[in-house]
Design a protein around this ligand. Sequence first.
Ligand SMILES: *[C@@H]1O[C@H](CO)[C@@H](O)[C@H](O)[C@H]1NC(C)=O
Ligand SMILES: *[C@@H]1O[C@H](CO)[C@@H](O)[C@H](O)[C@H]1NC(C)=O
Ligand SMILES: *[C@@H]1O[C@H](CO)[C@@H](O)[C@H](O)[C@H]1NC(C)=O
Ligand SMILES: *[C@@H]1O[C@H](CO)[C@@H](O)[C@H](O)[C@H]1NC(C)=O
Ligand SMILES: *[C@@H]1O[C@H](CO)[C@@H](O)[C@H](O)[C@H]1NC(C)=O
Ligand SMILES: *[C@@H]1O[C@H](CO)[C@@H](O)[C@H](O)[C@H]1NC(C)=O
Ligand SMILES: *[C@@H]1O[C@H](CO)[C@@H](O)[C@H](O)[C@H]1NC(C)=O
Length: 920
Amino acid sequence: MGTVRVLFLFLSLYALLLMDASTAQIPGFVSLDCGGNENFTDDLGLTWSPDNQMRSGEIASISVANETRKQYQTLRYFPADNKKYCYTLNVITRTRYLIRASFLYADFDNNNVYPKFDISFGPTHWATMVISDANTIEVQELIFLATEPTISICLSNATTGQPFISTLELRQFNGSIYFNQFENQFFLSVSARINFGADSDAPVRYPDDPFDRIWQSDSLRKANYLVDIAPGTEKISTNMPIDVGSNERPPQKVMQTAVVGRNGSLTYRLNLDGFPGFGWAFTYFAEIEDLDPSDTRKFRLVLPGDPDLSKAIVNIQENAQGKYRLYEPGYFNISLPFVLNFRFGKTSDSTVGPLLNAMEINKYLRKSEGSADGPLLAAIAAAYSSAEWAQEGGDPCLPTPWSWVQCSSDPQPRITSIKLSGQNLTGVIPVEFTKLGGLVELWLDNNSLSGSIPDFSGCPNLRNIHLEDNRLTGELPSSLADMSNLRELYIQNNMLSGEVPSGFLNKDMVFNYTGNTNLHKGSNGGNHKKIIIGTSIGAAVLLIATITSCILLPKGRKYPRKKAPQKFASSLSNAATEAAHYFTLSEIEDATKNFERKVGSGGFGVVYYGRLKDGKEIAVKILTNNSFQGKREFSNEVSLLSRIHHRNLVQFLGYCQEDGKSILVYEFMHNGTLKEHLYGPLTLGRGLNWIKRLEIAEDAARGIEYLHTGCVPSIIHRDLKTSNILLDKNTRAKVSDFGLSKLAVDGASHVSSIVRGTVGYLDPEYYISQQLTDKSDVYSFGVILLELISGQEAISNENFGANCRNIVQWAKLHIESGDIQGIIDPALHEYDIQSMWKIAEKALMCVQPHGNMRPSISEVIKEIQDALVIEKGAGTVREGSSDEISRHSVHSSLNMGSLDLGASEHYLSIDDSIARPTAR
Ligand SMILES: *[C@@H]1O[C@H](CO)[C@@H](O)[C@H](O)[C@H]1NC(C)=O
Ligand SMILES: *[C@@H]1O[C@H](CO)[C@@H](O)[C@H](O)[C@H]1NC(C)=O
Ligand SMILES: *[C@@H]1O[C@H](CO)[C@@H](O)[C@H](O)[C@H]1NC(C)=O
Ligand SMILES: *[C@@H]1O[C@H](CO)[C@@H](O)[C@H](O)[C@H]1NC(C)=O
Ligand SMILES: *[C@@H]1O[C@H](CO)[C@@H](O)[C@H](O)[C@H]1NC(C)=O
Ligand SMILES: *[C@@H]1O[C@H](CO)[C@@H](O)[C@H](O)[C@H]1NC(C)=O
Ligand SMILES: *[C@@H]1O[C@H](CO)[C@@H](O)[C@H](O)[C@H]1NC(C)=O
């Protein structure tokens, strides 16, 4: 937690130096003209700004034949050394972006060498740029989900020439076309984005594409790109509007052109940069030809060597439910070769050949985790934010280390050496230095550091410490003497005082402490200088030992799990008598006027309204006596409830067990259950708006988070559903009914027990394995989110179309196909589509089949909060506007199950991180 906050602080300080996005007139766009010197707007309407906040490198003006765009008249280049040079850009976390870097070479350094160098995205190697031509613009694009408030793009590792860059463009996305379940571990590296049947060589981009993606013309015959075109391939186009729906689907202009295989086939060969590998591949179809009513157009994708893929048949008009509408089948994860030969072939009963409008292929690029010490180094740099050395940007170790650090070679490197000699450092020694567990050498000499020497026992590998020539005061900490690997300690010329701990004098090490007038050797005083030099052989052996132990250090940080207090577990049996308040039956009969007013019936009994003598309103739940589970549930619930207090959990007031009755008493919740509000009679005229639903979701999630993380051992609810979420006077939500809750055994990741829960909300993994984890609650919560979006019950025999009874299946088809409108509750009128997307996507993550792929409830809360921020921002803008969000489904998602290319359950093995190709 602490380091996260420190990192955040660092980032906000650092923001002073960030490239300023404020010149961008188009929201979410940043266009940097590297080496430029003024702001300008180009012919497309994009506003460019110079990268003059980049302190490193040189700028050059170039002139390349036929390239008249201003942003390509300049570039910035960097020394060919072993440093990295980074651009840092502001982003909004948990939002998707496209980042595009472009490189147009001219002989800027009069060296006549084509450069070859690397570019990286934070710690991740993005691409190796190999320039082989002075007239071609090399472009690299990545699609990413921002996880931090800034990103860094760095240039490094020139093997020939000097690294340079012409432009850097950031484009913010709006919806979910690029949503995929791998995006926490992978970027999408853009490999091909092709507009088939284009009417010129010019690409389609902004303003036709509001997100400024570049759709390459298929007539632009790059070498080895789109060759092997089948005879009979013909371009067609239309001026008719195409219904492409909302968010990031291909723009209309792209969909208005296509190729048709008049002889029954469309055949292409593509060179896919970066492949072989696993990729995201989608095709876009719209019927734009006037077919005779008797004609049919049906075809299959044929990939040599992958016969399974050829089973699905595309019938655009049927799949898209009409002409001039988009249909977009594809794969979220497919293994593709470097040279991709693909063919669309008509089926034997089809009268016309296949048609293709556009295609997108992106490669999954695994994210690097970065240095394990990243946040600590970020905090150190933040403490000296105006110093040159503190601004190198990117990860401290990857792909190349900052100039003043050295790193281990682990996949997640640790800092082994820090050299900040003579850097005018002032103030006390930042405490972060003492937390670098892999540190071997520390050079802070010849600065103006003051204060005392901190405890370095958090750096057990430290071998050399240089603190000489500073203004350090206080005593020498005795912990230094206990550091078994310490071989050299230089503290001369400071203002240290006290006695040298005797431990130092017996150690086999170099120790120089001259020039500290008040530091004494001990009671016998005298000699102010002691140098002990071990034998060179001994030192060398120790040195090797240190390095080895450093490499063998465990990767990643492991925190010991808290042990459950034994006492608590054993006290469970008699817990009922412990803390809960006991009501007598007559008290309860008085309060409920002899069970006069029934307010509900839960899984275990009937609930009555009551009012205590002091006026407090209560809900009295009488457990069904003959329920064989009832008694066990009862004592379970009593012992649990008496311990749990949170403002988003229904408060338990006490219990009663008399006269054969088992009774639980809760606070009374005036507004009933969420279920009643979504589906019951209350909905008439009282429907919850989207903001309210988000607030309810946040409340409930907080209650669950408390159960999962605030209780030791943690508690799994096991029966979350809309009828267990109650609303108070102010329609704030609380989670109720812990009847199925069971203490999770701490230290074990699951609790095996009889499967219980409610159909429609039940985690399928739990159902199969009977292994209960907190992720089972996350599953149920995902179902609740889907109900909040759609106003549909979890299970329905009618509402989800043929063959589908389950909200999860139904919503998944729609959301993954980009058709969110198709599931939004018709009762909702005012909402921001982006907040809707955020919740829909998170809900889908929650209902992943495997628990380990679901987010934690805390992550879900963050997303809900983001959505609330969007809504509250949008609310003011939207005020007074009419129902502007039209509800039309873009294409037939319900048909997709049977028609989609990816509908076949086709498993591909990828790395450990999963991978099932799906289609949308
Ligand atoms: C570009 O525009 C921004 C904001 O409008 C301004 O702060 C900056 O000084 C301008 N830069 C130049 C070089 O004109
Ligand atoms: C520049 O454009 C002219 C005319 O469009 C063309 O003939 C020439 O080949 C182009 N040169 C380059 C280097 O692209
Ligand atoms: C630098 O580039 C060379 C050649 O492309 C490559 O082999 C090497 O791994 C790169 N070094 C780093 C640190 O990325
Ligand atoms: C983003 O989404 C909103 C709401 O659907 C829409 O009004 C806006 O135009 C979109 N932005 C872009 C750049 O398409
Ligand atoms: C394509 O079809 C046309 C007319 O239908 C025919 O003349 C031509 O030979 C065909 N070409 C091939 C390669 O089949
Ligand atoms: C330290 O400060 C002095 C005087 O202000 C300055 O001349 C010197 O360049 C500074 N050194 C560094 C490394 O910043
Ligand atoms: C100890 O430090 C003093 C002052 O910097 C220096 O003169 C002396 O040479 C050092 N001794 C050794 C053995 O390094």
